[in-house]
Design a protein around this ligand. Structure first.
Ligand SMILES: Nc1ncnc2c1ncn2[C@@H]1O[C@H](COP(=O)(O)OP(=O)(O)O)[C@@H](O)[C@H]1O
Ligand SMILES: C[C@@](O)(CCOP(=O)(O)O)CC(=O)O
Length: 333
């Protein structure tokens, strides 16, 4: 690979099907890709001194239009969300990139077109981090192996989350559903015929706040931690079988069971519960909050495109600000 004037990197959103939070403590989780919602980053050398990074957000949605050549990066049209910049970890990530690769640090301009809403359990922070690493690698003409990408993205995730499990870091770059535990990833083959519908409650959740809240609860009551991890692990193990063997009804029940567990530990909200009730009334097989919780999204399972459409309409009526459909047929490699 040769160095270029503009480097481009892309990553997508994800939804956690089961095991969130437990995965932070070494239990397994399963996540599916949402490839239609993505972030693209363009990296250029700037005239600023070594290691200085400036960030701009470009008009939303451009990442999801026609393929663009690297030298056609659009002009910056909107400012990066400054209120969130400090905790994005992207400055640390760029510094870590130079340290790890041994490339002499220079000023970097990053243009970020992020269609993934932040704080919705869709992995915006990990996807932004992954896209930055890939953009820098392409700018400097380096091939960066998967383990190094993982470590670099985790540098930014540590700033955004505190103690990230790494499931978002892997899932935002995988085209297929993954099982993840303590840094080990397995790609899952899916025998299920159905449609996952993801719905945004419109309320931002704070993953870090949710993780901190659960940790405080576990410290106050260590037995509750054991109970939470056991139940989550059992649900995830069954969900993997249901997903691979195509047992849609069983998988739906697991999702709902996982929601009840997360809810029992204070991670749901009235808005998320209302969305789930509406989807179940509309004939969904089950569903749950997805990601950090305390806001963000739900993921529900419908057994056909027709049921998914009905669920989508019900979710919108119940207040969802956005919905996405992920048919399981899309997971073919
Ligand atoms: N478009 C954006 N502008 C600024 N910061 C962003 C943007 N997208 C993501 N981020 C960073 O990611 C964080 C959200 O990450 P997190 O709370 O983990 O939610 P998510 O569930 O989306 O991963 C933000 O606080 C910010 O640091
Ligand atoms: C709650 C957690 O399990 C998943 C967080 O997902 P998100 O950042 O809210 O998309 C945290 C983690 O795995 O590090």
């Amino acid at each position: 690979m040769n160095a270029s004037v503009v480097g481009e990197g892309r990553a997508h959103a994800k939804s956690i099907l089961c095991g969130e939070h437990a995965v932070v403590y070494g239990a397994p989780a399963v996540a599916i890709p949402m490839r239609q919602v993505s972030v693209t980053v363009w990296a250029r050398r700037s005239g600023e001194p070594g290691g200085q990074v400036s960030l701009v957000n470009v008009a939303p949605g451009q990442a999801n239009t026609a393929d663009r050549r690297a030298d056609e990066a659009p002009a910056a049209a909107r400012l990066w969300d400054r209120s969130r910049e400090a905790d994005s970890g992207l400055h640390d990530l760029v510094a870590a990139f130079f340290r790890t690769t041994g490339i002499t640090a220079c000023g970097i301009d990053l243009s970020v077109d992020c269609a993934i809403p932040p704080g919705r359990g869709m992995g915006s922070s990990a996807a932004c981090g992954r896209a930055v690493v890939l953009a820098l690698a392409s700018l400097f003409g380096r091939i960066v192996d998967a383990d190094t990408v993982f470590d670099l993205v985790q540098t930014a995730e540590r700033v955004a989350h505190g103690s990230p499990s790494g499931v978002d870091t892997v899932a935002t770059g995988s085209p297929v559903p993954i099982w993840f535990q303590s840094g080990v990833t397995k790609e899952l083959s899916v025998g299920l015929d159905g449609v996952f519908v993801i719905a945004d409650s419109g309320v931002p959740g704070e993953t870090k706040a949710a993780v901190d809240m659960l940790r405080a609860r576990f410290e106050a009551d260590p037995a509750s931690r054991t109970r939470f991890l056991r139940r989550s692990s059992v649900i995830t193990a069954s969900a993997v079988e249901d997903l691979t063997l195509g047992r849609a009804g069983d998988l739906g029940r697991r999702l709902t069971e996982n929601h009840e567990l997360l809810s029992e530990f204070g991670l749901s909200t009235a808005e998320l519960d209302r969305l789930l009730a509406a989807a179940l009334d509309a004939g969904c097989l089950g569903g749950k909050l997805s990601g950090g919780g305390l806001g963000g999204c739900v993921v529900v399972l419908a057994d056909s495109p027709e049921h998914a459409e009905r669920a989508t309409a019900a979710l919108r009526t119940a207040g969802a600000t956005a919905t996405w459909s992920v048919p399981t047929g899309r997971f073919a490699n």
